[in-house]
Design a protein around this ligand. Structure first.
Ligand SMILES: [Zn+2]
Length: 164
């Protein structure tokens, strides 16, 4: 081999080594990236007090709920107020409801449901239906006398009969 040829071989080997080294480095970088992508990022610390509120109403997305919580607190709500309201809603408003009819925490906060004092909501009472002693429902004209026309007529006939 000429000296020139030897130099060429040396150069080729050097380049080969360099390329191999670069490939190896790139592989390592890729592997590190894959590993980083797989490793869950550490959870952001939750807004102060959010966990306690979330425990009481674990409905909907947690992150969304937290955003709404931060907003509600910025608007003057306190953790204690929110917790008390959720508990009251569970006790009154949502009592007996199927779970899917209970709002997501984010909705509860964003729509300001916590501002409603549910304990003061009037209890639904079935309207009193005015009825006659015979059981017939009185119409508006009969309500004053308290008896239905049929009973009134019967009574009138009875009076007439006994009066005679
Ligand atoms: Zn009657």
């Amino acid at each position: 081999m000429t000296e020139q040829a030897i130099d060429k071989v040396k150069l080729a080997n050097w380049i080969r080594g360099l390329v191999a080294h670069e490939i190896d480095r790139a592989k390592k970088e890729i592997m590190a990236e894959i590993k980083a992508a797989k490793t869950p990022r550490p959870r952001k610390p939750r807004a102060d007090g959010f966990e306690d509120v979330w425990k009481l109403l674990q409905r909907g997305g947690r992150d969304e709920a937290e955003k709404a919580y931060i907003k509600a607190v910025q608007n003057g709500a306190t953790k204690e107020q929110l917790m008390a309201s959720i508990q009251a809603h569970h006790k009154f408003e949502w009592n007996g409801r199927s779970k899917d009819k209970i709002p997501h925490l984010s909705t509860f906060l964003n729509r300001g449901y916590y501002k409603t004092n549910v304990t003061l909501k009037p209890v639904k009472i079935a309207p009193v239906v005015p009825t006659c002693k015979c059981g017939r429902i009185l119409n508006s004209g009969e309500r004053q006398s308290g008896i239905c026309l049929a009973c009134e007529y019967k009574a009138k006939l009875e009076n007439e009969r006994t009066g005679q």
